[in-house]
Design a protein around this ligand. Structure first.
Ligand code: NAD
Length: 356
């Protein structure tokens, strides 16, 4: 079994607690599944500013370029609120995306049966939700030309340009189809083709690209309808693929219906090493107290096994262990209620290891 190198970037705030916990879970599953994982720690964010004076030092960049996958905690915090804007901790995330060419963001939204009460939606609507949002991450209106202000015929205006190329759309659709092949095989492509030219190209390219994948069913949905369906009938979705702008909004909408920010993992995928991180920030308000929920990071580690190392069985093993721990009533402080058992960040990790 060849060695797989994983760079762990704890970052700031709760980052160290949650990545330590997830790394131990990876170690345990590696032993049980006969995998050879090697870990290397690297600095990013505020922690890197303290040591190197910049949020993303060259040492970290060379480590991530030479590894098989990156596991990140979170960056940022009040300690670095006053640093100069060009070295803000959050710049590390954009820098990593750029350095690794991470063009696809994957956010699975699952609502386990035992957590439906935390959702702002009715139990019967959210129970069993299992959707994967695949968002294009390096193109579209966020990266197009823009004009902050110009005056035309005496009237001030501003504009942003949305451009998508055929290769950009094709590669993101491929990511969605490959993910769907490991799930229920249904891809919903979300656009605004009734209004936008870039969406009409998007739709045409989706129909073409999906032909490479036998057994994948594709349908198209307008973004406004998708936003409504996400709260009316989220269970109908398997994989959603969409542009940078629409994906930004839809993935946050989908996250909020779970009612538990600490539980959600994500992956950012490119042609080289991919990056895995929980969707939440560094939660400085609870850092260092054992209060952080490590499950978003543990499930990010499961995604790392699935997408970067192709170890589906080991990934599922972690996910099932998490479900079992939750079903036994164990909760970190964020999700604790009367009648359940409150555990610390580290204890939650140990329980997951036990069920693996
Ligand atoms: P946040 O996600 O860090 O925290 C929002 C709230 O959720 C807080 O009350 C926090 O205690 C709670 N929370 C978050 N994760 C939790 C967990 N795992 N377990 C229990 N509770 C949890 O968002 P914020 O407060 O807006 O930002 C804090 C810092 O994180 C800022 O510096 C921000 O820039 C940074 N940030 C970083 C990332 C990233 O690294 N990718 C993402 C978002 C925010």
């Amino acid at each position: 079994m060849s060695v797989k190198k994983i760079v762990v970037i704890p970052g700031d705030g709760i980052g160290t607690e949650i990545t330590d916990t997830a790394q131990r879970v990876l170690d345990t599953v590696a032993k049980k599944s006969n995998l050879n994982l090697e870990f290397q720690n690297a600095f990013a964010g505020g922690a890197a500013i303290d040591v190197y004076g910049v949020p993303l030092p060259e040492e970290t960049l060379s480590a991530v370029r030479a590894c098989d996958a990156v596991l990140l905690g979170a960056v940022g915090g009040p300690k670095w609120d006053k640093v100069s804007p060009d070295i803000r901790p959050e710049k590390a995330i954009l820098g990593l995306r750029k350095a690794l060419g991470l063009y696809a963001n994957l956010r699975p939204i699952r609502v386990s049966e035992v957590l439906t009460d935390y959702s702002p939606l009715k139990n019967e609507i959210v129970a069993g939700v299992d959707v994967l949002i695949v968002r294009e991450l390096t193109g579209g209106i966020y990266f197009g030309d823009k004009c902050e202000s110009e005056t035309v015929n005496g009237v001030e205006q501003a504009w942003d340009r949305e451009i998508y190329t055929v290769p950009e759309i094709t590669r993101i659709v491929r990511v969605a189809c490959e993910a769907a092949a490991k799930r229920r095989g249904q891809v919903t492509s979300v656009d605004k083709a009734n209004v936008l030219a870039s969406s009409r190209l998007w739709r045409r390219v989706v129909d073409q690209a999906v032909k490479e994948y036998a057994g994948i069913e594709v349908s198209h949905m307008y973004v406004d309808n998708c936003a409504m369906q996400m709260v009316l009938a989220p269970k109908k979705f398997d994989v959603i693929v969409t542009s940078n702008l629409f994906g930004d909004i839809l993935s946050d909408e989908a996250a909020v219906i779970t009612g538990s920010i600490g539980m959600l993992p994500s992956a950012s995928i490119g042609d080289g090493p991919s990056l895995y991180e929980p969707i939440h920030g560094s939660a400085p308000d609870i850092a260092g107290q054992g209060l952080a929920n490590p499950i978003g990071t543990i499930l990010s580690a499961a995604m790392l096994l699935r997408f970067s190392l192709n170890e589906e069985a080991a990934a599922t093993r972690i996910e099932q262990a998490v479900d079992q721990v939750l079903a036994q009533g164990y909760r970190t402080a964020d999700l604790y209620r009367d009648g359940l058992t409150k555990v610390s960040t580290e204890e939650m990790g140990r329980l997951v290891e036990k069920y693996i």
